[in-house]
Design a protein around this ligand. Structure first.
Ligand code: SOE
Length: 402
């Protein structure tokens, strides 16, 4: 990064590429940053489509070769918005070339790939190069407020985490066999795509780690039409359509998780509730400017879940946006992610979640898959070792003796 500019190259320009582009376009117009962002180049496999996307999304140039992009000396950061089967190869090469990396979630398609990415990040860190994984929901202000409440001990000792992420975009059996439904490209189905979000949030918000899981998975529609096949042909769906699992935290809390693409009518319904000895909090992505909070320290006659409208200037990130009462949207968390990454790079520290934090999620996904392959057998997570001990979450919730 030059003192004035952070020159970004982005690989991939589908939904996440568009969401990240919005963030790079706005972040230094909303937040006071130590560097201005320059959207230098967008990379896509098809040169014409990449050029059209670059024009539409606000990138100065386009290329069809990510290796050429990471070799350029006028690029400081590589933003990886591709399917999971290319995350490791691109991230390891970019870090070795001295580029900071932002990689979409989940970090990788396997623990082995995730570990290789962590090792590359560790090597690059010695030269001041930073790596972040894009678990963006951490940066929804209401969830950042929830984390602050837990870290400040306002919920007391955590007893339960209850998290669901419900979608329905493949309920129709006529939906074709896209890359997200093939294990070799996506690593897993609902589990890695949306289950990874609720696993990361559960560990981030509590400041704890899961010690073991028991899981069930199902693929409700086993074969689908191959896109564009003439004559029509079908291929096997090789990932989960839905995964449900139980978990236990090292601190003793119990957790339930549900990640499905077959919750008919639920479009993008992420909900998480945390119950503690001193209170509870609940978040619903469909009402993302609100947090429900119950303070059990209140007199019993006055207790009840109250709705906090998270739009005040002293709520996380809000001072940069609008006056109280003017809500934010799904895309703002991506801008907050870009802000936190640019700031961490300038301050010479690891952004959160680091690749090591994202490996902690990958380890859970792997344990869930192994449990589901053995009829929900209880599957412990590896103890935290030097290999998978990264800069973890913030302070553990204080136990006020409950
Ligand atoms: C598809 O399920 C998807 O785009 C996820 O990949 C994103 O991470 C989530 O934020 C929205 O849904």
């Amino acid at each position: 990064m030059t003192t004035q500019r952070l020159r970004v190259g982005m690989v991939g320009h589908a939904f996440m590429g568009a969401a990240h582009s919005q963030a790079w376009r706005t972040v230094d117009h909303v937040f006071d940053l130590p560097a201005r962002v320059h959207m230098a180049a967008l990379c896509g496999r098809d040169p014409k489509r990449a050029a059209t996307a670059a024009e539409r999304l606000g990138w100065a140039e386009s290329t069809a070769d990510w290796r050429e992009l990471i070799a350029r000396d006028d690029i400081d950061l590589i933003d990886i918005c591709t399917p999971g089967d290319s995350h490791a190869e691109i991230a390891v090469a970019a870090l070795a070339a001295g580029k900071h990396v932002l990689c979409e979630k989940p970090l990788a398609n396997s623990v082995a790939e995730a570990r290789a990415m962590c090792r590359a990040a560790d090597r690059a860190r010695e030269s001041g190069v930073r790596a972040m994984c894009g678990f963006t929901y951490r940066r929804v202000p209401a969830l950042a407020l929830l984390r602050r409440l837990v870290a400040d001990g306002r919920l007391g000792r955590i007893r339960h985490v209850r998290a669901v992420y419900l979608q329905d975009w493949i309920v129709d059996p006529r939906f074709p066999l896209v890359w997200r439904l093939r294990r070799e490209h996506a690593g897993s189905g609902a589990l890695g795509d949306i289950g990874s979000h609720i696993v990361d949030l559960a560990q981030h918000l509590t400041g704890d780690r899961l010690s073991g899981v028991a899981a069930l998975s199902e693929t409700f529609v086993p074969t689908r039409l191959l896109p564009g096949a003439v004559p029509a042909a079908r291929g096997e769906v090789t990932v989960d359509d839905a995964t449900v699992f139980l978990g236990r935290f090292h601190g003793g809390a119990l957790a339930t998780f549900e990640a499905t693409r077959f919750a008919t009518g639920r479009k993008n319904a992420l909900r998480i509730e945390i119950n503690g000895s001193l209170g509870s909090a609940a978040f619903d992505l469909e009402r993302l400017n609100e947090l429900e909070f119950l303070d059990a320290a209140q007199p019993p006659a006055e207790q009840g879940f109250r709705r906090i409208l998270v739009t005040e200037p002293d709520h996380p990130y809000l001072s940069a946006w609008w006056p109280p009462g003017h809500g934010l949207g799904y895309e703002h968390a991506f801008t907050h992610q870009a802000r936190d990454l640019v700031t961490a790079i300038a301050e010479g520290r690891d952004p959160e979640p680091s690749f090591a934090d994202a490996l902690e999620v990958q380890l859970v996904l792997d344990a869930v898959q192994r449990s589901a392959e053995h009829d929900a057998a209880w599957t412990p997570l590896p103890a935290r070792t030097a290999e998978n001990t990264g800069p973890g979450p913030g302070p553990k919730p204080t136990d006020r003796g409950q």
